[in-house]
Design a binder for this molecule. Sequence first.
Ligand code: NOJ
Ligand code: CA
Length: 577
Amino acid sequence: MLGGAVAGAGMLMIGRSHAASGVRPAGRQPWWKEAVIYEIYPRSFRDSNGDGIGDLPGILEKLPYIRDLGVDTIWLAPIFQSPNRDNGYDISDYRAIMPEFGTMDDFDRLMAKASSLGLRIILDLVVNHTSDQHPWFQKSRAAKDSPYRDYYIWRDTPQGHPPNNWPSVWGGSAWASDPATGSSYLHLFSPQQPDLNWDNPAVREEVFSIMKFWLDKGVAGFRMDVITMISKIPSFRDMTPEELKAPEYVYAAGPHLHAYLREMNDRVLSHYDVMTVGEAYGMRARDIPLFTDSARRELDMVFAFDIVHVDRQGWRKIDWPLSKLKQVYAAAGKPRSPDSWNTVFLDNHDQPRAVSRFGNDSPPFREASAKAIATMLLTQCGTPFIYQGEELGMTNLPFSGVEDFDDVQVPIQWEARVKRQGVDPDAFLESLKDMGRDNARSPMQWDATRNAGFTTANRPWFRVNPNYTEINAQACMQDPNSVYHYFQALLALRRKYPALIHGTYQDLDPDHHAVFLYARELGRSRLLILMNMSDRGFTYESSSLTRASLLISNMQHRGATQGVTWLEPWEARIYRA
Ligand code: NOJ
Ligand code: CA
């Protein structure tokens, strides 16, 4: 069988056509429902010129690798000019490429090459805030009567006191007092990321024009950074103590959010065949259709945060039962509105590595659990997002102290939580090690040569995970049973069975503490997905498995007899029922 042992030679014949098997739903579906998206964090992907920083020519060089995995769309985390306070999520020129990453010619070459390989590219639209180095902000801060003053959110208060008790989402006040005029500006993230004032129509015009600039270059859409926060609640009232525990819900409750997204859709998006995925930070699952129901003409998909909250409360990592994870997927599997579509993701540049988080990254279990988690990722309801290195089973990075972190969020949180709120430093550090964003940002592990083949520089911009000698793309390519090849086989299976994309979802054993078993069904095509999400093997019985025939597994094994089967630790299988 694919990616594990060989089940039947026929399985190796899977092509790119959806028509191969199963039922094709009537009518033409938008391309992004059937897409699989691969996120690149350019800084850490591949350095082509030996300066220790990943770049666009490096990405171009690796496009065949991405295409061969079987994905069709690439999301590039920000590539625009930026002082890199937050690695590109602080933009100082939306129409220029970050010089470390290359030139506009490099970008055009990347687009052309991607297109010749059948790959689409989407960009990161970061327009809740800019960098404080953006000329708009420079002019805005210079004088109260500047035409750019109202591009940002300024308040005057006695002695520069913060205008209200709003915290930045990383800690500390969300207001910075600015010496030039003595007023304070709002920044929901770092002080170097001032929030734009979307209530000013000129700001919206600027954003729409930036979007058109890139769409006219042929990009296939946008991932929209914290798009839920663009409309601020007009009263700017203080938050209650309860609200202060999760301020993102107040920041996402602005009254004009949906009107602005509709305007963006009318003015820009509706004129192109592109996709949008909004980062729905601070949004409750029940509100998701307000963005994604196609009749509302706002966004196509959002990243909901339910999955991120399975094992996390505030900054703290918490224990989680498997049932909690199952509930997230069961809720997502119920159609939320007549025409609303999900995303499925575990890894991205803000999250720890999925295998370390939901699997077990210690040697006897790493590969099996990475494959089991991949089985889940690629068979749930929605468009899947894979993050660079996930297809290799890359793991969290070892950290010894707070000084090992590069992430701008870390010193801000440390100051706010440990120094001001008195959180225990050891407990905070332990959570950071498990949950810190830097876990995802170490350089991509290409091979076993120095610096994992990421760069020829003596020092890459950020530490390489020392396990690169063992976990790397080259080793995966050479091993037919590697995590990479298993991803490849799963992606081929998705293309062959539309039930995995368009099918209904049913959890067949919601209460089992270690087994995750569910069905995806479309017309007469019914697939069963079975995973042992634990370090222990055991016998498992389910009548659903009685007449099922095995399509893929991450283990060499026998299948189910009379619905009874032995499951190895982290064993995963997909059956046709
Ligand atoms: C969400 C991005 O994914 C994250 O990396 C960034 O720090 C914040 N938004 C602020 O832009
Ligand atoms: Ca470089």
